[in-house]
Design a protein around this ligand. Structure first.
Ligand code: F0G
Length: 465
């Protein structure tokens, strides 16, 4: 992990517990993929050698977290593990009301329902797909206003997660009371794991305040965002990632968090608020759907592990290694000419499958092609973020309405794979890259009405298609 001129950045941990990787033959993988109807989501864990489907809930916990699990307090009301979590979250974020949930989307649903999104608009840099789905399910409107560079895979803008401030101001003024809130996703998962700068967050917060609107963070990857600010934003190099994260939280009225990412746990979420009235409404909904406010859908041991995870994630040796390991793969792929979403983001490398396979049209799902080629080559699972995920059938029966980009995401579980795994992965990607001209597209044979990517059945197109 070579981003210092002289020294390699090594994994800042040694391994105490191991888990064997399943190895399979090409013949087995061909059969498994057929059984899964050529959709990686339908594969089983034991069929996957290196799983880069997501960085959500797939990381390794530390010895300290496992130790905390043993002393987690399973008291129904008033669990001591809750009070410890409340203390840690309060110190990190300054939020007075800390509401645990079982995962991020539960926090989103409760926030939008309690704040009353029906008939109103949320203005975001980019809504993550569950966030958008929750807004729309409650009959609100989700509007994405990321800067133009954020939609251009080639742009090397250091903060491609930034919101377009002019568009934000225009929308705030034109829509007035219809705007429920401004929401900033850090880092911007839907846009390639790209960070938001402090300057942009400060400016968005003051625009929102000037119009009397609250501003929230979707803070799933807040620590990676803080580290990328430290690395990339002028004037931030001498501050600690913790100071930067604290400033990010100080600028907003609250946040939702999927703790399965930067909480360094396998399950958990948070909804944190400053407004006591909104917190009361949220807690009422929490009791209805998740559980009592001192556990919110989690076991006491989960709360305990999360309190430790939120402390460990701010360790700068960890963050330096984390960002360097993603950049290490990015640099290796860039060197072989693989078309990538630029620059390297926080939690994943995104390959531009449309550019890799110019002979496969967007409605023939080039992202699915790449994901399946990777699986067949060596049992690596990645995820298509393109027309299968975000496109939809054409009402007139023509080719699908396509997504703006055909990307494949290689997401890195935290503290799970080592540099030699990444070297192996680079070799696999090099083989897939060499054979790119022979690859063929896919067509959908069966799909559901919502979130079709998770359940669709597919088949490869004949070579002449
Ligand atoms: N917000 C962001 C930015 C996310 O990336 C996710 C989940 C959520 C909210 C929802 O959180 O899964 O805990 O309910 N992202 C995962 C992914 C699923 O693979 O990127 P959740």
């Amino acid at each position: 992990m070579n981003d210092a001129p002289t020294r390699q950045i090594i994994e800042p941990f040694r391994i105490k517990v191991t888990e064997p990787l399943p190895f399979t033959t090409r013949g087995q993988r061909e059969q498994f993929l057929r059984d899964a109807h050529h959709n990686g989501f339908l594969l089983r864990g034991s069929q996957v050698t290196m799983d880069l489907l997501t960085d959500s809930g797939t990381g390794a916990m530390s010895a300290a977290q496992w130790a905390a699990m043993m002393t987690g307090d399973e008291t129904y009301a008033g669990s001591e593990s809750f009070f410890e979590l409340e203390r840690v979250v309060g110190e990190l974020t300054g939020m007075p009301f800390v509401i645990p949930t079982h995962q991020g989307r539960a926090s989103e649903h409760i926030l939008f329902a309690a704040a009353g999104v029906t008939g109103r608009t949320v203005l975001a840099n980019n809504h993550f797909d569950t966030t958008r789905a929750n807004v729309e399910y409650l009959r609100g409107r989700a509007v994405d206003l990321v800067i133009a560079e954020g939609r251009d895979p080639q742009s090397t803008h250091p903060f491609k997660g930034n919101i377009d401030l002019a568009a934000l101001e225009r929308n705030l003024k034109e829509l007035g009371d219809e705007v429920l809130m401004v929401l900033m996703t850090v880092t911007n998962n839907a846009g390639g794991g790209q960070p938001v700068s402090l300057a942009n967050l400060r400016a968005a917060a003051s625009l929102a305040r000037a119009c009397g609107r609250p501003i929230f963070l979707d803070a799933a990857r807040f620590a990676e965002n803080a580290w990328l600010i430290k690395e990339r934003e002028p004037g931030q190099q001498n501050r600690s990632a913790l100071e930067i994260a604290r400033e990010m939280f100080s600028l907003v009225d609250g946040f939702t968090m999927s703790c399965k990412k930067d909480g360094l746990v396998n399950i958990g979420g948070l909804l944190c608020l400053r407004d006591p009235k909104l917190a009361e409404q949220a807690r009422s909904l929490l009791i209805l759907t998740e559980g009592f406010p001192t556990y919110g859908g989690l076991a006491g041991r989960d709360l305990a592990a999360l309190a430790v995870g939120l402390t460990e994630v701010m360790d700068e040796d960890y963050l330096r290694y984390r960002i360097a390991s993603v950049r290490y793969l990015y640099n290796a792929l860039d060197k072989m000419g693989m078309p990538l979403m630029r620059p390297a983001g926080g939690h994943a490398v995104y390959i531009d499958a449309r550019a890799l396979y110019p002979h496969i049209l967007p409605h023939q799902l080039p992202g699915v092609t790449l994901a399946n080629e990777l699986y067949l080559e060596a049992g690596v699972r990645a995820v298509e973020i393109g027309t299968l995920m975000f496109g939809r059938p054409d009402p007139g029966g023509g080719p699908d309405v396509c997504a703006p980009l055909e990307l494949v995401r290689l997401a890195f579980p935290r503290r799970t794979y080592t540099q030699s795994h990444v070297d192996w992965l680079s070799d696999i990607l090099a083989s897939v890259f060499e054979r790119r001209a022979l690859a063929r597209g896919y067509r959908i044979t069966r799909q559901g009405e919502v979130l079709r990517a998770f359940t669709a059945h597919l088949e490869p197109l004949p070579h002449s298609a």
